[in-house]
Write a protein that binds this ligand. Structure first.
Ligand code: FES
Length: 178
């Protein structure tokens, strides 16, 4: 006599339905649930991409910038912020914004024109390195006509001339030092 046939079948896993009644592309677990806790997260790194772009940037002439604060700090010295930029590629205002360095005095913080050269509030003084900046623009000639020659509008000032590296030292909010 033949052995009785085993009729019980393993239960078939049915993927859950979405709220729209369609099935997701869903892979059922193949092993016991305890394996789930042994899965390790996969880290994807983009470091090689960023290092490639930064190395090509570093091959271009660079400008070192120092920004002197207008008010003496608790230690009795003027605060200094530092930044670096590729020569001739950015406006001073943009570099300061990228590095979170305060540009405007009280009025300019709320009433500036956003870099359009039509408010005259983004004033800085160039203490060192004016030779590697562009000439004063028409907007600067208008707003800074009666101001010291070393004053510039940061939204009109291109940092570097693409060919030379160098150093630029900027006095922030020079009107507070008068
Ligand atoms: S931000 Fe208005 S003139 Fe520079």
């Amino acid at each position: 006599m033949d052995a009785p046939m085993h009729t019980s079948r393993p239960s078939i896993f049915k993927p859950p339905k979405t709220s729209h009644g369609h099935r997701n592309n869903y892979s059922p677990p193949t092993l016991s649930m305890s394996n789930m806790s042994k899965r390790k997260p996969v880290l994807v790194s983009f470091a090689s991409l960023s290092s490639e772009s930064s190395s090509s940037e570093l091959q271009k002439p660079q400008i070192e910038l120092e920004f002197i604060g207008p008010k003496v700090g608790n230690d009795g010295s003027y605060p200094v912020d530092r930044a670096r930029a590729v020569s001739g590629e950015k406006l001073l205002r943009t570099i300061m914004a990228d590095n979170k360095i305060e540009l405007y005095a009280t009025y300019g913080k709320v009433m500036n024109c956003g870099g359009g050269g039509s408010c005259g509030t983004c004033i800085v003084e160039i203490l060192h390195g004016k030779d590697i900046l562009n000439e004063r623009t028409d907007a600067e000639l208008r707003y800074l006509k009666k101001k010291p020659k070393s004053w510039r509008l940061a939204c009109q000032t291109i940092v570097g001339n693409k060919e030379n590296s160098g150093k630029v030292v900027v006095q922030r909010i020079p009107q507070w030092k008068k």
